[in-house]
Design a protein. Structure first.
Lengths: 330, 379
């Protein structure tokens, strides 16, 4: 078990490293560099810029050294907690990201919780009552959930909310809490606003998980041990929950590793449509304005969050499924 | 006893005829028989074929120049075609009267039931080149005199007064082909790397598998957004199109590589591969003559299932303004107009582009499921 954990941990580290390289590449990709953009900005605001000043800036930021040295420098700065300054906002990147990072995390985790809370009982029901009307309805909803991209779902729900309930259902806070300091009341307000984004983000994943759960459980239900237990007079409820569901559960957990990146990805666009104060809209703005330190840092953070989520799901899977533990030991 | 024999004998004959039909059928025939039974997949195949036909005949089906803007026709609501006039078949539309709302100063349009404008089939309209080759100006519908864009508004118009129906038709082209191009590129990468991985095993296999794991744990949309944002602003439609294809397949190949690797690993142990090896067949010939045909069907199924993801991704990127950019027209570009709730609340018809997106994704999913079931005709 320990070797497996270490193995996964090392892989997670390598992944984070790969993501840092990619984030750096994203910072570097647009033509020109930080200084070019900065000087263009200064020039447009009327400041006279001499070539020497530009050269000094380049040296200061180390832009004249080879690319891998620049990467090392960026990493060094990050290790000290300095993520660079945002070009557009003229403040350290972390000041802007701060709260938004936590809100992104909160929304994503609640989407995962929603996905699970819904997919598990529906999956079990659909398998136990196969070909019932409810099973067909759930299958149909599942296909729709799979086919409607989350941002479209958000748009449609927003429209319905606006048209038929006269409410703007976007955002994560009521207006009176928008700029308020954190308090219990604000947290409660947040919790009240969470379900909608969670549902929108979770729908596609839920649809997929219901299908997986249903298929797995159907396989399990046909096995002889189920018949044996039934023949021995075990109650149907306990019979299903105690053995087949447990056995069907583990592919369910293993998909969590893919579910998490998927949901974080989706949250970017959905946040934009629902105008959530998460990291998504910020990333888009940073990319459009070529505010590359901000964009690179956000991509890096999103990547790290994903890797952590995947790592946790791997450990969880190992804890739930003894077969994985023992397979590794051999 | 003797009387009972003939019918049983006949049954056996019929059964053996069916069996014989199965046993001499080629693999592709078996797959076709099996696929035919999957009704939903059959319907989906037809739907997809219809969509691609629309893409080919897009200019013919459109009746207004999709790029022509006109401020006086901004945000007109969809106007239906009336097919019957006093019990007689005579398709027509009502002329619109544009007015200013005295309170909001918004331009509003009202149909005038007195002025009926008859529709003509195969009418003359704006000029285009059919398939980029044949110059013509014929369109499925139009009006007498040739100014259809001023009179017909099947799905309404957008902010700039461009006709949505015509734009939707043209959009099918980019949206449907970019998925194909992306999948093709993913397929090449996936088969190549998955094949190497499954065939050689060992250190190369471990390396490729780790790369796949790493790529899959990176959240795709931020990565795509970053790459897409790095595209120079002055790139033309064609360059952006290919760049987007490359960006999409950067992640897309991993799924296909997994399928290919899995099949290679399974087939390597098969008796017929061993037999071919013992008979002294070269490695390349074993792969392409013996192994590839037996998992080709799985690859086709996996490819079909990968397509909807590509289409969603393109739509999402273009929706954000990072994918295809105007003047290119794709479903995502059309949906970009519907980005905020204010616009959608006032002119909900801007959301129409969502319908083909959902329809195509569903159809590809059903088709892929059907193909996957049919891919293993012996199972």
């Amino acid at each position: 078990m320990l070797t497996y954990t270490i193995h996964r941990f090392l892989l997670a580290l390598v992944t984070i490293w790969a993501i840092s390289v990619l984030s750096f590449a994203i910072i570097q990709l647009p033509p020109g560099d930080y200084v070019t953009a900065y000087i263009a900005q200064l020039a447009s605001s009327g400041v006279d810029v001499t070539p020497e000043f530009a050269e000094n800036l380049r040296q200061q930021y180390g832009l004249d050294s080879p690319i891998w040295v620049q990467y090392m420098k960026w990493m060094q700065q990050i290790a000290r907690g300095n993520f660079g300054r945002s070009l557009e906002w003229q403040v350290p990147v972390m000041t802007i990201i701060g709260d938004r990072l936590w809100l992104t995390m909160t929304v994503s985790v609640s989407a995962v919780v929603f996905t699970w809370a819904l997919a598990l009982p529906i999956g079990i029901y659909s398998a136990v009552r196969q070909y019932s009307i409810a099973d067909y309805i759930f299958t149909f909803i599942g296909f729709i959930g799979l086919a409607v991209p989350s941002f479209l779902l958000a748009l449609i729900l927003m429209y319905v909310g606006f048209r038929y309930f006269g409410a703007n259902i976007g955002g994560l806070f009521s207006p009176e809490y928008l700029v308020a300091d954190w308090s219990l009341a604000k947290v409660w307000d947040l919790i009240k606003h969470l379900p909608l984004p969670a549902i929108i983000l979770g729908t596609a994943g839920t649809a997929q998980l219901i299908r997986i759960m249903r298929a797995n459980l159907l396989d399990e239900l046909r096995k002889p041990y189920v018949i044996t237990a039934r023949a021995k007079g075990m109650s149907e409820f306990r019979l299903i929950l105690k053995y087949p569901v447990r056995a069907a559960l583990n592919p369910f957990v293993s998909t969590l590793g893919y579910l998490f990146p998927f949901i974080i990805s989706g949250s970017i666009i959905v946040a934009l449509v629902l105008s959530l104060p998460t990291i998504g809209p910020l990333l888009l703005k940073a990319l459009v304005a070529q505010d590359m330190f901000l964009a690179g840092t956000i991509v890096l953070f999103l990547g790290i969050m994903t890797v952590l989520g995947t790592f946790i799901s791997d450990i969880l899977l190992m804890w739930i499924d003894p077969r994985i533990r023992f397979e590794r030991r051999e | 006893m003797t009387e009972a024999k003939p019918p049983a004998f006949e049954d056996a004959l019929v059964a053996s005829a069916a069996e014989e039909r199965v046993s001499v059928a080629t693999q592709w025939q078996l797959m076709w028989w099996r696929f035919r039974k999957h009704r939903l997949a059959m319907i989906s195949a037809l739907v997809i074929a219809a969509f691609y036909l629309v893409a080919i005949f897009a200019d013919f089906l459109a009746y207004a120049d999709p790029h022509k803007t006109e401020a006086f026709r901004s945000l007109i609501a969809p106007q239906p075609i009336h097919f019957f006039d006093e019990g007689r078949f005579s398709p027509h539309v009502f002329a619109l009267i544009g007015k200013r709302d005295p309170r909001t100063f918004k331009r509003v349009y009202e149909p005038d039931p007195e002025r009926k404008i008859p529709l003509r089939f195969f009418a003359e309209g704006y000029k285009y080149k059919f398939l980029g080759l044949i110059k013509t100006n014929r369109h499925l519908i139009g009006v007498e005199g040739g100014a259809a864009e001023e009179l017909i508004f099947l799905l309404g118009t957008d902010q700039l007064g461009r006709d949505l129906w015509s734009r939707l038709m043209i959009a099918c082209r980019l949206s449907l082909t970019i998925g194909l191009a992306g999948v093709t590129l993913s397929l090449v990468l996936g088969v190549l790397l998955g094949g190497i991985s499954g065939l050689y095993g060992g250190a190369i296999d471990t390396l490729i598998q780790r790369v796949i794991e790493i790529l899959r744990s990176i959240p795709t949309i931020p990565l795509w957004m970053g790459l897409a944002a790095a595209m120079p602003r002055d790139w033309g439609v064609v360059q952006v199109y290919f760049a987007i294809t490359v960006i999409l397949s950067l992640i897309g190949w991993t799924d296909l590589a997994r399928v290919v690797r899995g099949r290679f690993l399974a087939l390597r142990e098969e008796d017929f591969v061993l037999a071919a090896e013992l008979a002294g067949v070269g490695q390349m010939r074993i792969i392409f003559r013996h192994m590839v045909p037996s998992f080709l069907s799985h690859i086709i199924a996996a490819t079909t299932l990968a397509l909807p993801n590509m289409i969603i991704s393109e739509t999402a990127l273009s929706f954000l303004g990072l994918g295809l950019r105007p003047p290119a027209v794709s479903w995502g570009v059309l949906l970009q107009d519907a980005q905020n709730i204010q616009t959608v609340a006032i002119s909900p018809w801007l959301l129409t582009a969502a319908i083909p997106v959902v329809a195509v994704i569903l159809a590809f999913n059903f088709l892929g499921d059907g193909l996957r079931d049919a891919a293993d005709p012996y199972g």
